[in-house]
Design a protein around this ligand. Sequence first.
Ligand code: ADP
Ligand code: MG
Length: 615
Amino acid sequence: MGKVAINIATGSLQTEDIIVGIDLGTTNSLVAIVREDSQQPIALKETDGLTLVPSIVHFDEYNNITVGNPAKDMLLKQPERTIYSAKRLMGKSYKDVSKEAGFFSYNVIDDDTDSLVKVQIGDKFYSPIELSSAILSELKKRAEHILKVNISKAVITVPAYFNDAQRQATRDAGRLAGLDVLRIINEPTAASLAYGLGAKANEEKTIAVYDLGGGTFDVSILTISNGIFEVLSTNGDTYLGGDDMDRAIANYWSEELGIPADDKMAMQHLRVTAEAAKKHLSKNDGFEGEISGKKVTLSRDKFNELVQPLIDRTITACKNALKDAGIAKDKIDAVVMVGGSTRVPIVKESVKSFFEKDVFDDLNPDEVVALGAAVQADILAGKNTDMLLLDVTPLSLGIETMGGLMDVLIPRNSKIPNKIARQYTTQKDGQSGMRISVFQGERDLVKDNRKLAEFNLTGIPGMPAGLPKVEVTFLIDADGILRVSAKELRSGVAQSIDVKPQYGLTDEEVEKMLLDSLTHAKEDIGTRALVEASTEAKQMLDTTEKFISKHSDSLSEEEIAATRKQMAVLAAAINGQDKDKIQQETEQLNDVSRPYAERVMEGALKDAMKGKKVL
Ligand code: ADP
Ligand code: MG
């Protein structure tokens, strides 16, 4: 293959498509590629020497958009027109974010509904997808400027706990920015890839990825085996990060200087200096600065004391992640440091001492996710050995079956990509349609789970109940997006749907749904058994009714009377909601009808055989 190498320094053209890796972060975003010459991933640097683009979007009065550092400068001047942390809104409804609304200084529209959240700026409304798309467009433009080629393909990273809706929203943002998103991969997986962990065949490793960013903290436990990544557990805090360190310093100074904490403008200025102090202290032992003519100082020791409680919380999350993964601390082979805030020396020391291990921190922690995305892009471009990336589903996926029961097709924590098919049949004679309702959750009854989608399989040719074979297939692709299809196998009638949920689940909600499933497990088993018994009883009543009306000629009056009597008893038992009683009376009805049913069926069989040769 005649590849034309790309020279980053001179910007010489190359003929092949470049697939870039993008870290679309809550605080900062950036683009990376694998260099053709050295085969090493690098973060793209603009002429200003910067790789990071603050994930901030500013809209002026004429709705002109600026992204990155110029937008960051507007945070103080026009807070209501400057959007930060749009990632927190991805794939969410207003209900999902209502508790967090106080966090945003811009206007998140508050129509307390399930519809997707939007942000209001002046008289215009923007979806989080559009906001993220603005950031991606800027990244694309920068990359094109630096590389002097068109960029149309990308791998984008998302947190491991992102659900279907959030992943889909990220993909849509990419498309809106003119990027073909070849794959969405998990941030901890990308970070591990950047360090080449698991790159060798037959390598088996268990990895902890500690990611302390600007506003969020995530810890993930992964395993890599034969180039296949699996997320065993994730834990963290969606409101814990470097910003909290800045706030702790600002609060400390505000007391020293006697600035009231409710003086928003002054506090904001304090925070800007606090961040500079924090960064300075990552390399030096002391900081001296000035805030409106007054001198402020901060020693490394004082800083450590201020942030200790925050670090303690991250260590607790690490313990929980290990527990959820069922992995002992000493079974962790590698600890990977991710996020700008892991530059803080005391953070690094605390993590080392907790895991009793040296950590991977050679790469820039705020670039490592993008570098890994570039490695994945390189694999997809066919320029690297074949590595599979595998993730797991956070919650079970299934469909509603008779009696409102959840029939799980893909259990929680299943590997993705994944495909599973199961056969169902009709309940009624001549039934021509079947409703397929897709749910997510751990409870036995669908009403306690979350509905993702619904569609009708129509045009099933008339057949007796139980004869049609409807195969329902769940396919989750490598991005974690679900496609559900249904096909009646005898006639070939088929229908399918891509499950793009209206809104997403927060990780707290996922947690709650899991917790609920545990606390309600006993009750659920009871309900399931009752529903199953009632469904079976109703079917028994139905078939018996059909049988006696069809074969009344062959039955005695006593037989019909005894049957009718038992049918009434069973109907009453169904109303009584006592599972054991229902089963007992179903059994009883079976006993009453079995003798004549066998007699009639034998007679029918004999008739059918008459005059026919047995082969
Ligand atoms: P995110 O993943 O949330 O987009 P980043 O990984 O880019 O965020 O981390 C941003 C955070 O890292 C900010 O709070 C920033 O102040 C902090 N940070 C960056 N450099 C340093 C440093 N040298 N020392 C301490 N903190 C730093
Ligand atoms: Mg990050």
